[in-house]
Design a protein around this ligand. Structure first.
Ligand SMILES: [Fe+2]
Length: 353
């Protein structure tokens, strides 16, 4: 492993603290794996491909299990099924993991603040992913959002992981989610519609919220902390435009607020999951380089068709995981989306700083 020691990354994850001074001497690249959407009822050979990449840490971007229940015992059974997989056990033994949830591990398809079992779900999530007993993620208002900074000054990577579920208002659905999903899975998309999926972007920016006030204050405070590279770990896609499925796009005021917070910073990379295909998106910014987003989804799930996305630069439809390789000496991040065999399917080299 290059860069930070595995033990120090694990320690950083547990304590949300900077690694010790020995890491100040560390050199070389930092490797951050990421992925989402692992259905526990399927075989998951991709974990061995992830381990083979020797990442310093892995960010689980949500849908780590498909619990889809408001029954505690059924949720426990979903986690148990994942925990029993030898390939997942090998991964857990080898790679420190920072996990957030999306809808299916939170508890229900596209669920928000009105999901009835969220405290129990939070307890099971934190227990499963090894969150310490005194972690604020277990009790704080606003859910399981978290942030951590790894590495010494000059090589600090800040990971910022908001909770997009806990406080979220109901979305503006045109209805017929399952009907439309079934048609999607049959290979039909909706090129004749302005919005290709069931969700309408809300014209009134104050109509719905996703993060809530306290989490926004937390997020903005994270941007005031020193970092050499910020990685925003979002369960939902931030940049995608026109998909019509769940994304920050359905919350235009909050998407604009996040993009405004990022501004023209050259040190921010967006990661996301959820959509069941791998994708790289770029938002052009006048006078500065583009803002890049890498989406990896799913570890087991594959969508039948590729929805539109005006900001897409590349996509891969197959089981996949992502890898960020941070090259400090070149001030460059290599974004890769790799298939189940570890073969790179999408790649983009992005300068930062
Ligand atoms: Fe998913």
């Amino acid at each position: 492993m290059a860069g930070l020691s595995r033990r120090s990354v694990a320690k950083g994850l547990a304590a949300l603290a900077l690694p010790n001074a020995a890491e100040a001497q560390a050199s070389g690249a930092l490797r951050i794996g990421f992925g989402s959407c692992a259905r526990q009822t399927k075989d998951q050979p991709i974990w061995d491909a992830i381990v083979a990449q020797n990442p310093d840490l892995f960010v689980m971007l949500g849908d780590g299990v498909y619990a889809d229940t408001a029954h505690p015992e059924r949720m426990r059974a979903a986690y148990r099924r994942l925990a029993e997989k030898p390939e997942f056990q090998r991964f857990r033994a080898a790679v420190p993991t920072l996990a957030i949830w999306d809808d299916h591990d939170y508890g229900a398809n596209d669920a928000g603040g009105d999901y009835p079992m969220k405290e129990e779900s939070r307890r099971q999530f934190c227990d499963f992913w090894g969150e310490p007993a005194d972690s604020p993620r277990r009790t704080q208002e606003g859910g399981i959002f978290t942030a951590m900074t790894l590495g010494p000054p000059g090589r600090r990577v800040q990971l910022i992981a908001p909770d997009l579920r806990w406080n979220r208002d109901p979305e503006n659905s045109s209805g017929g989610w399952w009907r439309m999903a079934r048609q999607y899975m049959a290979g039909r998309i909706f090129p004749d519609r302005a919005i290709a999926g069931p969700y309408q972007t809300v014209d009134d920016p104050s109509a719905v919220k996703m993060l809530g006030a306290s989490q926004w204050a937390w997020l903005e405070a994270r941007f005031a902390e020193p970092a050499d590279l910020r990685v925003i770990c979002s369960s939902l896609q931030v940049l995608s435009e026109g998909t019509g499925w769940e994304a920050w796009e359905q919350f235009p005021a909050e998407r604009a607020r996040l993009l405004n917070l990022i501004g023209d910073s050259g040190d921010v990379i967006l990661l996301s999951g959820d959509v069941h295909y791998g994708e790289i998106s770029a938002l052009a910014r006048p006078g500065v380089g583009p803002l890049w987003e890498a989406t990896s989804s799913g570890l087991t799930e594959v969508w039948a068709v590729l929805p539109p996305n005006a900001l897409r630069t590349a996509a891969y439809r197959g089981r996949n995981f992502g890898l960020l390789t941070v090259d400090w000496s070149a001030q460059r991040v290599l974004i890769e989306v790799k298939d189940e065999a570890g073969v790179t399917q999408l790649a983009e080299a992005v300068g930062f700083g």
